[in-house]
Design a protein around this ligand. Structure first.
Ligand SMILES: *[C@@H]1O[C@H](CO)[C@@H](O)[C@H](O)[C@H]1NC(C)=O
Length: 186
């Protein structure tokens, strides 16, 4: 117990620090942000991502909310010859648009930094698993095609969260795993 406490305190400090730095969409409306999104671009300093990013394709994310306000995120990533499905659950934090995900192996802190609900959302994620924390910013779009203006807006946010443009991947369409439906199958 005494050994766990100091690292817990450090982890909390880390989250509080992030809270002070990362803005959240004012008046965030969860209902309006539900539904299907395309992951158009990702920037992250996660070492696994940096190794893989040039081969990554755009994926589909479906966002839904539980009655008590928790957020469920279902992702389909095109991986080689198949569509890999993931599901992530996040608990609502005290602030609208701010969510926390915890499992035995990892901790995630998710903030919707900016969204107009009908075209784009910019999501900030802090991820802690193992030793090193990593930060990611994702550009989600309702349509598969992203406007240059939106990409520009996204790029301008990169340095504000402590990341650099060489960590950016603009994800090309894959033409696969696009249906986004079929969730009842599993
Ligand atoms: C990623 O960036 C964040 C914020 O600058 C930093 O706290 C973290 O240590 C970085 N992680 C890696 C793996 O470089």
């Amino acid at each position: 117990m005494t050994a766990v406490l100091p690292s817990l305190v450090l982890a909390l400090l880390c989250l509080l620090w992030a809270g002070a730095e990362v803005p959240v969409q004012p008046g965030f409306n969860a209902e309006k942000s539900a539904g299907t999104w395309h992951v158009a671009a990702v920037v992250s300093n996660c070492s696994v991502f940096l190794k893989m990013k040039d081969g990554m394709k755009s994926s589909i994310v479906t966002i839904s909310f539980m009655p008590e306000g928790d957020l469920a995120m279902k992702l389909v990533w095109p991986l080689l010859d198949r569509c890999q499905k993931f599901e992530l659950l996040f608990q609502q934090s005290g602030q609208a648009g701010h969510y926390m995900g915890t499992s035995a192996q990892e901790k995630r802190d998710l903030r919707v930094m900016e969204t107009d609900y009908s075209h784009y959302a910019i999501v900030h994620e802090l991820h802690q698993s193992g030793q090193e924390p990593s930060t990611a910013l994702q550009l989600l779009t309702r349509e598969q095609d992203t406007s240059p203006q939106l990409l520009q807006k996204f790029k301008e946010l990169i340095p504000t969260v402590g990341l650099t443009k060489d960590m950016l991947a603009i994800l090309p369409k894959s033409g696969k795993c696009q249906e986004g439906a079929g969730w009842h199958a599993w």
